[in-house]
Design a protein around this ligand. Sequence first.
Ligand code: PLP
Length: 387
Amino acid sequence: MNKPILLSTPHIGNYELDFVKEAFETNWIAPVGPHVDAFEQEFCQITGAAYAAAVSSGTAALHLALRLVGVEAGDEVFCSTLTFTATANPIVYQGAKPIFIDSDRISWNMNPDLLREALEQRDRLGKLPKAVIVVHLYGQSADIDPILAACNQYDIPLIEDAAESLGATYKGRSPGTFGRIGIYSFNGNKIITTSGGGMLVSPEPELAAKARFLATQARDRAPHYQHSEIGYNYRLSNVLAGIGRGQLLALNERVAARRHNFEMYASTLGKLPGLEFMPEANYGRSTRWLTCLTINSEAFGANREQVRLALATQQIESRPVWKPLHLQPVFSECEYFGGAVAEDLFAHGLCLPSGSNLTSEELARVIDGITTVHYGTHKNQNHLLLL
Ligand SMILES: *Cc1c(COP(=O)(O)O)cnc(C)c1O
């Protein structure tokens, strides 16, 4: 039986355990401590962010971001539709309403023209959204400049969900550092992991400080326990921050490994008819966190689900591209601006195993599995020679 090949698994390097041991030896086993502070500083150095607050998850960071820009019950928040549900859930935690925006085909991310149209329409109605959340999907930045310009025109704060795109660039800078607040995730499947964790960044020191305050139960400065606001228990553990410091040291290698996966897939599978890879927009570098492609079933000879199931029988995990949030039962009442780009990407899109720890044998198995579906036979193994 073949060993399973999973989509994206944790990849631990050489230094994480030393940092964790240090936390044990110094007894900083708490959601506070020197690793937390150092992780924030090192994260700022790597991303170019000005200020950072380490928290327990990317979802927690998004929830804090919405609180910090003043999203309240009854407000509306614009949000990319093609994303994981964790992007929009915190809007609902705040009692606010998500309004979803379609993708463009260049980046698969929020279409800036649609955002502008939606803002113009809302402006005419006298009901502008309280915030915009743009997602940087699958390792690729959205087209930030026109998105930021549209937000600035109406004085609406931009929150960047860069959970999937740490290590990417937009015009040489890190996505997540352009808006009022950016967030990142260190879940087990992301490009670096702390098992679970997240980061909130901002150019405004007050916002990062307020994030830390709200993440530690909103304790006022007083010797007794005094609270003037409702807070959360969202701070990152010092033990996990130690893992994060070790992981950060390998970020560039992880990006290179994931881009290498993509190049192996593209140079082999790219020769088959009907397969099209997620484009890399010309304004920056994608990390290729996940290698994604769309399958034209007529040209390829099998549709996305047939390919996915064929891989599954060989113990290879692949997944459909995110189901757009405006199609999710839980968001069925929400308004939506756009056409069928995200819907089309969902209908035909597949994410391939993309971990930075994949071996060339594993890559060859995936490539062979897909090639085999196309030729409808197990006999053609020639492409393996390409590896
Ligand atoms: C993973 C992810 C999140 C949530 O991060 P967690 O750390 O798992 O809470 C949010 N948005 C996107 C786009 C993600 O992929």
